[in-house]
Design a protein around this ligand. Sequence first.
Ligand code: 5GP
Ligand code: ZN
Length: 134
Amino acid sequence: MDCLFCKICAKTIDSDIVYEDEKVIAFLDINPVNPGHVLVLPKIHVEHLVDLSDEDILPVMKVVKKIMKALMSQSDVEGINILQNNYSAAGQVVPHVHFHVIPRKQGDGHRHWPGTAYQEGESAIMAERIKSAL
Ligand code: 5GP
Ligand code: ZN
């Protein structure tokens, strides 16, 4: 399998692993938003979150929470962003599902993306479109 993160799971590519068990691995992002930025992923190769079974999501989310707690115990960490990109249109670069756990600090200079208010009636239409697809 020619997948970077599968190779990291198999240890054929080095990484700074901070946690691993039978199903899940967590290691430092090579190009962190802030130092301590961790990637958490299932060892099984699936590209997007929707491809991961409900059974396999739970252990990954447990590790996301565990890493968050470990980061929040550091004196220089004041907040955490958990991000998860799906498909290249949403910024996914490595096609093996992963969660970013990013330590934050007041005034670290990173901003959330801007929001734009709905036009009159637009939100009801959007909510209906989503509900009818569920
Ligand atoms: P994505 O944009 O797919 O959500 O995020 C992929 C992440 O993988 C990026 O933040 C990037 O810095 C990280 N990354 C890319 N190549 C490597 C690598 O070889 N080792 C590690 N540890 N992280 C990587
Ligand atoms: Zn993979």
